[in-house]
Design a protein around this ligand. Structure first.
Ligand code: G3P
Length: 216
């Protein structure tokens, strides 16, 4: 089971606090032998990737070549900073389909992984054609809420699985408990994408441990 924690731009996921949280995620990954990766802000990639061994992802990359462009985060830069890949088309940073295709291509050309996000199974099917390494289904209306996609809209997971041609599927939005995770994996998801349930938790280590702990 793959667990990606998206730090977003939450205060607890920014700067020194992001490093503290990254170290917690690494501690849980090592103790629980769990596949945990973190998606952090571009400004934190270098610092965090130099201090933890778990995979660090960018939350977004811009599909621009190196050169006279100001104020962007391109694949070469996140790679040099230590990221192993990036989220693409997160619903909080949506992209046109053509840009999604080119961004996935640029990431792969640099040996970086792509985690392509989609709000609906039909969009997932279109994005799967670009062969990202992972796809993530996240109904925007459930993001940041207390009801998980696996509980509220389980059919979205099964519909997505049928349309992604075997690409590993993560599901996200509202995931807070082991029950949310178990339901998602029982439906066929290979992992989860989680943010507020961990990043804003009073005890992120306890919550993350519960989410990734294999049944005893
Ligand atoms: O990228 C994952 C994120 O969009 C899910 O947010 O707060 O519902 O876990 P949240």
């Amino acid at each position: 089971m793959i667990c990606i924690i998206n730090f977003k731009t939450y205060p607890a996921g920014t700067g020194k606090k992001a490093l503290q949280l990254a170290r917690i995620c690494e501690r849980v990954a090592k103790r629980e032998h769990a596949n945990i990766a973190i998606a952090v802000q571009a400004t934190d990639i270098r610092m965090i990737s130099q201090h933890v061994e778990i995979p660090v992802l960018a939350q977004h990359v811009d599909d621009l070549e190196q050169g006279a462009h100001t104020g962007w985060a391109i694949p070469e830069a996140i790679k040099e900073a230590g990221a192993i890949g990036s989220l693409v088309n997160h619903s909080e940073h949506p992209l046109p389909l053509a840009t999604i295709k080119e961004t996935i291509k640029r990431l792969h050309a640099l040996g970086l992984i792509s985690v392509a996000c989609a709000p609906t199974p039909s969009m997932e099917a279109k994005i799967a054609k670009f062969k990202p390494d992972l796809v993530a289904i996240e109904p925007p209306e459930l993001i940041g809420g207390k009801i998980s996609v696996s509980q509220a809209e389980p059919q979205i997971i099964t519909q997505s699985l049928r349309r992604v041609n075997g690409i590993p599927l993560l599901c996200g939005a509202g995931i807070h408990t082991k029950r949310d995770v178990s339901k998602a994996t029982q439906l066929g998801a290979q992992g989860i994408l989680v943010a507020s349930g961990v990043v804003n938790a009073k005890n992120p280590e306890k919550v993350l441990t519960q989410l990734v702990r294999r049944r005893v």
